[in-house]
Design a protein around this ligand. Structure first.
Ligand code: B4P
Length: 199
């Protein structure tokens, strides 16, 4: 089994690179951002609740997001390899993910963090906001709030994966293909060090 976390601040390219990675490595893509936006567009009660947090640049409460991931893992009971995109984002989510994977007798194989300067992130998000219809991308105050949440709540969980020697930083600036190649090199290297019956 191979379980990858794509880590990094808002706009670092997690979603963009995930699309290419799931195709190349046949991973099941679990993006909490996409799953939440799906709830919003279906106007479910969960979506209405999530929207009120996302529009302000805040994180959706842990129990909501962990519940979504739990049911997705349950839905893909027989699947082996997962790509977690935008999850975990808090220490409580990282802890919950360890427990959920433990129940499946597996664990995180690798965490890849996309490294992008704040200046470039702002440029990308405002640019995406022009076409995506995402209200959290059009307002620079909300974007700064998302960066603050990332620094305070998400970035610190890197330590958990560093202790396990599963954490690696990848340059997240350059063309999409250049970054994709760097990510693939890191994955291929890690796969070589895992016993073949584990992936
Ligand atoms: P997400 O959907 O995860 O989105 P993101 O972090 O803003 O963006 P991502 O890093 O995926 O960027 P992308 O590839 O699209 O989260 C949205 C919100 O949902 C959160 O703020 C939060 O409220 C909520 N949420 C999600 N998960 C949660 C959780 N676990 N717990 C609680 N709340 C949660 O790239 C951005 C733009 O850059 C795109 O337009 C792309 O085209 C462009 N781009 C990408 N790579 C590029 C490159 N190399 N060069 C130039 N442009 C590039």
């Amino acid at each position: 089994m191979f379980n990858l976390i794509l880590f990094g601040p808002p706009g670092s390219g997690k979603g963009t690179q995930s699309e290419k990675l799931v195709e190349k490595y046949q991973l099941i893509h679990l993006s909490t951002g996409n799953l939440l936006r799906e709830e919003i567009s279906n106007r479910t009660p969960l979506g209405v609740e999530a929207k009120s947090f996302m529009d302000k640049g805040q994180l959706v409460p842990d129990e909501v997001v962990v519940g979504i991931i739990d049911s997705c893992l349950e839905h893909h009971k027989d699947a082996a390899d997962f790509l977690f995109d935008g999850f975990p984002r808090t220490a409580a989510q990282a802890d919950a993910l360890d427990k959920l994977l433990n129940l499946k007798k597996t664990e995180i194989s690798l965490v890849l963090a996309l490294d992008v300067t704040e200046e470039e992130l702002i440029k990308r998000l405002l640019n995406r906001g022009k076409t995506s219809g995402r209200s959290d991308d059009t307002n620079e105050t909300v974007i700064h709030q998302r960066f603050a949440v990332y620094k305070n709540e998400t970035a610190p969980i890197a330590e958990h994966y560093k202790k396990l020697r599963r954490f690696q930083t990848v340059k997240g600036e350059g063309t999409i293909d250049e970054i994709f190649n760097l990510i693939c090199q890191a994955i291929d290297k890690r796969m070589k060090t895992l016993p073949s019956d584990l992936w």
